[in-house]
Design a protein. Sequence first.
Length: 346
Amino acid sequence: MLAYTYVKPGQFALLEKPRPTLLHDRDAIVRVTLASICTSDLHIKHGSVPRAVPGVTVGHEMVGVVEAVGSAVTTLRPGDRVAVNVETFCGECFFCRNGWVNNCTDPNGGWALGCRIDGGQAEYVRVPYADQGLTPIPAGVSDRQALLVGDLLATGYWAAQISEIRPGDTVLLLGAGPTGLCTLQCVLLQQPGRVIVCEPDPLRRRFVAEHYPQVLCVEPGQAPAFVRANSAHGGADVVLEVAGSRDSFSLAWQCARPNAVVTVVALYDAPQVLPLPEMYGKNLTFKTGGVDGCRCADILSLIASGKLDTTALITHTFPLRDIAAAYDLFEGRKDGVIKIAVTPDG
Ligand SMILES: [Zn+2]
Ligand SMILES: [Zn+2]
């Protein structure tokens, strides 16, 4: 089968590999029907994910059909349509039992697919702990509707859940990239009073304005004054930092009102400064990510009932054989790209 592979830092290649087989009794083999490209894949390509193993098939956001299950898999059978969870977790350790599946103590716990074990930019993928890592897709929900469930929507949903958003709150969201837009939809489900999106790219601000007309948009330079002017208590009640750019962390806490919750979803290229003397007395609560991606069934129900819809984020579709061109477009942020769907060549 064809599998897009991390050869070495700076180089991915589409290689012919054997189809994966069941290695453990809790594994499933999934025939990938739609995969996506994620910014984290670019981080692997650029050598900035030290855990990534050269030779691994990349891709960690996909949907497909179960082909085979191990003898200990209880909730799935061949033929089931499933969303694949970005995270691998056993469901039994201390962290899993508390819902903190990102810190599952299994050696492959957390983000392993497409990083440490073969992922889904391929025709087939082996998924460990299939009862935890696969979620059946309800009838009536298409592959395109379900594509982002296991990674970006899981992240956005988790971020919105932990941010303690109350009705009427002013919520500031930094970053309107793919993760930011998924987070935005999940924040809107919590019915805050007002949502402000801060985003430097005018194309992305326009996308937000077109698709979410109830949301206010601002560029970073104007954000502190704009947020003060549009909130009741001198700053945002809740801030979600999904941008991960050079100045976005400091903007996040500066735009927060005293006693606000600041949720940091972003992954940074460099250490960030937490200037405690400057923020003394502001009494902020910081929450930090890695997603605990164990709510995929809830997310799929929200999609099935029409409350979440991320299909507009999928701006391009490429066949697997042209995946290098898809990466080129995604990496160069050409042609207004937000998310790319990859179809197997069949
Ligand atoms: Zn990802
Ligand atoms: Zn676990």
